[in-house]
Write a protein that binds this ligand. Structure first.
Ligand SMILES: *Cc1c(COP(=O)(O)O)cnc(C)c1O
Length: 363
């Protein structure tokens, strides 16, 4: 007897869908999911192992449901990075900022409600909306990937979203939004405005974090992750900063004990070693700026980037270019508007290999 998805009472809107994710291929140079290329040092590895062992001694017990010690550490880190005082009850943590975002949609989206973003942007946003039965509306960005404010205002006016999602720096374009534009959206939006700063630590000098807007904006939420700059993608730790009321709302929908004792303990070690784990950020920013300049010098377009990746193109057949690079051992991402490709910033050697391979592919 055949038993496939068709025989199951799968929700109608999930029929024909496939799970999200870039190909996980075993390739020498992996520049496709915006990871930090540097693994932790043996010293940090040993501290993480010791903290995991410590947590293991009480694994018969449930972890701290409210992750208070970890949230206090995160609040201290954000206070230092963003220059605003944040209290532990203005910070919330979960298994990656993907879970944070889902919790936000669970709390503020739902049937009869609308979430809005401006494309091209992070391709997971429509999935959070779908999974929470929230109507999804994608406005558009301008040709240079900045926000088109008059258009954005029109979309907000027409759709009255309970949630607006703004990635800044944006994925896959790398574009950061000026604070004045975020303020304008917060003023115009009837609901919650989420600024996804997954790449916040990579912003260029003079580009500011939306954290500084929090004291005056009770409906603003800033999300961050340890997956990118922190070189902690495998640790699965994302977090948000917002008003106490937003944190209270998210706590209503979170699953009990969602963040394991091991996750909490290990993330605290990573935060205690922030200086070391973040040490490569300046180097990666410089390598990013060099990559943008090089791509332009060979006649390609490259979007200005405040993140650890660059969107470049355009190619009449981008898949052929992606495949040509893969054939040479370089895995990048086929994403973004037609004709564009995205490369994550790796080590200097990896970027040299990328440049050599791309020159070959372009003939
Ligand atoms: C990588 C990324 C995230 C982070 O995902 P995690 O679940 O924290 O690993 C969030 N938003 C954007 C735009 C991203 O690119």
């Amino acid at each position: 007897m055949s038993s496939g998805l068709d025989d199951l009472p799968l929700r109608d809107e999930l029929r024909g869908e496939s799970p999200y994710g870039a190909p996980q291929l075993d390739v020498a140079v992996q520049l496709n999911v915006n990871e930090n290329p540097y693994p932790p040092s043996e010293r940090v590895v040993a501290e993480i192992a010791a903290a995991a062992a410590d947590a293991a001694r009480t694994l018969n017990r449930y972890p701290d449901r409210d992750a208070l010690a970890l949230r206090a550490d995160l609040a201290a880190y954000l206070t230092a990075d963003g220059g605003v005082d944040l209290d532990v009850d203005q910070v919330w943590a979960a298994n990656g900022s993907n879970e944070i975002m889902l919790q936000l949609l669970q709390a503020f989206g739902g049937p009869g409600r609308t979430a809005v973003s401006f494309a091209p942007t992070y391709s997971m946003y429509p999935e959070y909306a779908r999974d929470t039965h929230t109507r999804w509306v994608a406005g558009r960005r301008a040709d240079d990937f900045t926000l088109d404010l008059p258009h954005a205002h029109a979309v907000l006016e027409q759709h009255q979203p309970s949630v607006v999602l703004l990635a800044s720096p944006n994925n896959p374009t790398g574009t950061a939004l000026p604070l004045a534009e975020i303020e304008a959206i917060v003023d115009a939006a009837p609901g919650v405005v989420v600024v996804d700063e997954a790449y916040g630590e990579f912003r260029r000098a003079g580009v500011h974090s939306a954290l500084s807007l929090l004291p005056d904006s009770p409906r603003l939420v800033v999300t961050r992750t340890m997956s990118k700059a922190f070189a902690f993608a495998g640790g699965r730790l994302g977090y948000l900063a917002a008003s106490r009321a937003v944190v209270d709302a998210v706590r209503i929908v979170r699953l009990p004990y969602h963040l394991s004792a091991v996750s909490q303990a290990v993330a605290r070690v990573a935060l205690a070693n922030a200086d070391e784990l973040l040490h490569a950020v300046d180097e990666l920013r410089a390598e990013r700026d060099r990559t943008v300049a090089w791509l332009r010098s060979v006649g390609l377009q490259a979007a200005d980037s405040d993140a650890n990746f660059v969107l470049f193109g355009t190619f009449p057949d981008r898949h052929a270019v992606w495949q040509g690079l893969l054939d040479r051992g370089i895995l990048i991402r086929e994403t973004g508007p037609d004709g564009w490709l995205r490369v994550s910033i790796g080590t200097a050697e990896e970027m040299a290999a990328f440049r050599r391979a791309l020159e070959e592919v372009m003939g």
